[in-house]
Design a protein around this ligand. Structure first.
Ligand SMILES: [Zn+2]
Length: 421
């Protein structure tokens, strides 16, 4: 650190109270975001971010419990144990993981399936824990490079363009005011790799697994695994140089736990369900080409193999809705909600189906429930329709105005409704 930089930091530290010692580096740093802000931001954005990315994986809760156990082991040896860490497995095909400020972490089932042992899982979680512990999000925000609501809009557009990724293809109204995904710099990535390996070693794992993890990522990138390039790793892509740096770092340590059989046992359900998810992927492709008959046939095969996967029932419900079979759609979506009552999407679709069958109270209830998990333009627009049918013109116009403000096709439809009212 140069003298001038030190002086500047000291100057700001005297002036402004938002100056804290970085728990990982031990250095004083100026950030506009206090540790309390970090926790508040993470807490506020954790749920909507999960909802936008498929919600939590619920077919095998033991897998989530396992991930949490490994996460806690790493937190226990980290430099910032006091954060309210949380770990979830997202019901998403894309091989990805992320950390929000304040210690809110997620790993996709689409990444877990590519890992071979517990040490590799520890490499992913260790890396993400460092992002949170070393306040990388707070630093990015201070530099104005933390991606804000714009990111949400971008990923939303992405989701609409590529429904085959299993993301929610609905317009999200507002998701807090803060960011949920930092575009971490190369320096932050390096630090997360290096310190993450230290945590792995302290928790008893073989840090060599961090090298293998990068090799897996590079292979996925070269193989153009769908979604991977567009995924959040796009901001910090794997490279041969990164692998080489990690290899050098790994020579500092000798061996450690791999726990391959434990890991394989933990992901056994995912492995068993792989053919069902492949059928589901093909059904999504058929849906995106508006081939609802094929989509329905394919998703029925997926359901036969794994009837507890709520996303399969959602797709079935959506295909039936598109074929204007609302009563059958309601049955499929009810199955989905039974499997996972904490996911916004089936509530929106069932609300639309109830509205189409003139069951207005049920429609209202479902649409309002969906808004609690994730506010969408779709739910807002259809709430307008429901209130209009119920003769509540002031509420209808309130919702149509909200939907109109969000723009797009539904926004235009809402404007038309307002004009005709
Ligand atoms: Zn990272």
């Amino acid at each position: 650190m140069s003298i001038i930089r030190l002086f500047v930091i000291t100057f700001f530290c005297v002036l402004i109270s938002a100056c804290v010692t970085n728990p990982v580096t031990g250095k004083k740093e100026f950030t506009t975001m206090s540790p309390e802000d970090e926790v508040a931001q993470g807490t506020q954005n954790y749920m909507p971010a999960q909802q936008m990315q498929g919600g939590q994986y619920q077919v095998d809760p033991a897998l989530t419990a396992y991930v949490q156990t490994i996460g806690k082991k790493l937190v226990a040896v980290s430099d910032r144990k006091e954060l309210p860490y949380e770990f979830v497995v997202l019901n998403n095909d894309i091989p990805n993981a992320w950390a929000m400020p304040g210690g809110k972490l997620a790993i996709n089932r689409g990444l877990l399936i590519y890992l071979q042992d517990e040490a590799q899982l520890a490499a992913v979680l260790g890396h993400e824990i460092v992002h949170a512990a070393a306040r990388h999000g707070a630093q990015q925000q201070t530099q104005g490079t933390l991606l804000g609501v714009g990111t949400l809009v971008t990923s939303l557009v992405l989701a609409e363009k590529k429904p085959e990724y299993g993301l929610a293809a609905m317009g999200v109204m507002t998701v807090g005011s803060q960011a949920w995904q930092a575009k971490y710099s190369r320096a932050h990535e390096t630090q997360s790799d290096t310190v993450g390996m230290k945590y792995m070693h302290k928790a008893g794992y073989d840090p060599q697994a961090a090298v293998e993890l990068q090799e897996i990522f590079l292979k996925l990138q070269d193989g153009k695994e769908p979604g991977f390039i567009d995924g959040l790793f796009a901001s910090h892509p794997p490279s041969k140089a990164r692998i080489a740096a990690n290899k050098k770092e790994a020579t500092k340590y000798s061996g450690g736990l791999r726990n391959k059989s434990q890991y394989q046992k933990a992901i056994a359900q995912l492995v068993k369900d792989k053919p069902a998810y492949e059928k589901f992927e093909n059904a999504q492709k058929a849906m995106s080409m508006k081939n609802y008959i094929d989509a329905l046939a394919l998703v029925d095969q997926a359901i036969q193999q794994q009837p507890r996967e709520n996303l399969f029932w959602d797709l079935k419900g959506e295909a039936l809705l598109r074929q204007e079979k609302p009563t059958e759609a309601i049955n499929a979506l009810t199955q989905s909600i039974e499997q996972n009552p904490k996911y916004f999407k089936p509530y929106v679709m069932r609300g639309v189906a109830y509205q189409a069958t003139n069951k207005l109270d049920l429609a209202e209830k479902d649409l309002l429930t969906s808004q609690r998990y994730l506010p969408t333009q779709d739910a807002v627009y259809y709430l307008g329709e429901v209130y209009l049918s119920k003769g509540n013109r002031s509420k209808a116009s309130e919702y149509f105005q909200q939907a109109a403000q969000a723009g797009g096709e539904l926004g235009a439809a809402a404007t038309k409704k307002l004009e005709s009212m």
